[in-house]
Design a protein around this ligand. Structure first.
Ligand code: NCD
Length: 359
């Protein structure tokens, strides 16, 4: 059965099919109304959300289906100590598909191991956010007319920003992509994305410390919020919180045809004076999120019993009783998920659930 936990759970062809279907839904909305009637989506949100949860809800409603779930796990059996695996076993008795957001990294992957319905990862800690990636790909396609060949600048919190991690992974399968990383020292992209994604797949990337020096080269500027909730040290957050601000003066340095994306919410990293610039695509991006989630729900339903569309063949897990995942925010340090690992091509062992390097 197909789950969407990581962007790479979809083949390039499946990703393209979802993007194409989303565009068809935009052009012919009436054709899809009712296509999910009598079906139910459960939204299990253990972490705050506005766009993601509401766009899933709106998407299912547009398709004629129903939605159940929670947006605050405190009012559920989670407060009695129920595990994510038990929760999805229960919810799978009521719903046809589950969208789950969790502050613990790897929670959805662990839950998917026992689920009888498809699980969609709606964000796990600072790890992954594959449906935002689909939203971003659709937005780039609609704004620029192509994804291949773009130079994209990621700006802000590249360390904790899960949307950045997932989008870079997905872009590694397109042609002639160039990545520019604009971040202060403290918020640099994690090593596993640089090595396992950029270097392994040959995406050229460079790291810079000012926006100005790269603005004229960019086809896409991907702004992000500094993820306050992921910092363990408040002083560190205070030092970096105002690192990069996009304003009209900086926009004046950019190409005439460029798209500014932001997964939102924004705090202060894009001044409102930029909102009326035709290149500011972030509110159009929000709407694309609903269409692409409609397409995803339709496709996961279509693929559910099709062996051609199962999960990709994952590596064989490595078990070693002497090793532990060191990430305190990983599912294996929060629930009874086994400490298991995958061995990368560089021979480094990484946690099966959260990808952090095992020391
Ligand atoms: C993002 C998220 O939750 O990771 N928001 C979203 O889903 N659109 C980005 C963020 O919170 O900064």
């Amino acid at each position: 059965m197909k789950h969407l936990i990581d962007p790479m759970d979809l083949s390039k062809q499946e990703t393209d099919e979802i993007i194409t279907l989303a565009q068809d839904i935009i052009a012919h909305r009436e054709r899809y109304q009712g296509s999910m009637s009598h079906r139910k989506l459960a939204t299990l949100f253990y972490e705050p959300s506005t766009r993601t949860r509401l766009s899933f809800t709106a998407a299912m409603m547009e398709l004629g289906g129903n939605v159940l779930g929670f947006s605050d796990a405190k009012n559920t059996s989670v407060s009695k100590g129920e595990t994510v695996q038990d929760t999805v076993r229960v919810v799978g008795c009521f719903a046809d598909v589950i969208a789950m957001r969790h502050y613990i990294e790897g929670a959805q992957l662990y839950a998917s191991e026992v689920s009888r319905v498809p699980i969609i990862n709606a964000g796990d800690g600072s790890h992954s956010h594959p449906t935002q990636t689909l939203t971003d790909l659709l937005t780039i396609q609609r704004e620029l007319g192509h994804i291949d060949g773009i130079t994209i600048g990621f700006c802000g919190d590249l360390r904790f920003g899960r949307t950045v991690h997932s989008l870079i992974k997905a872009l590694s399968r397109y042609k002639d992509i160039k990545v520019i990383l604009i971040a202060p020292q403290e918020l640099k992209l994690p090593d596993y994305i640089k090595r396992d994604v950029c270097e392994r797949t040959g995406i050229p990337y460079r790291e810079v410390e000012t926006m100005e020096e790269v603005m004229p080269e960019l086809d896409v500027l991907y702004m992000t919020r500094v993820q306050k909730e992921r910092f363990l040290d408040e002083d560190e957050f205070d030092r970096v919180k105002d690192s990069f601000v996009l304003d009209s003066a900086r926009m004046a340095l950019a190409k005439e045809k460029m798209a500014v994306l932001h997964p939102l919410p924004r705090v202060n990293e894009i001044l409102t004076e930029v909102d009326d610039d035709p290149r500011a695509a972030y509110f159009r991006q929000v709407e694309n999120g609903k269409f692409v989630r409609e397409a995803l729900i339709v496709k996961l339903h279509e693929w559910k019993n099709d062996p051609e569309h199962g999960m990709p063949n994952h590596d064989t897990p490595v078990f070693d009783d002497t090793l532990r995942c060191a990430n305190s925010k990983c599912i294996c340090n929060n629930e009874r998920a086994p400490h298991k690992f995958r061995r990368g091509e560089d021979d480094v062992l990484r946690c099966w659930y959260c990808d952090s390097k095992v020391k």
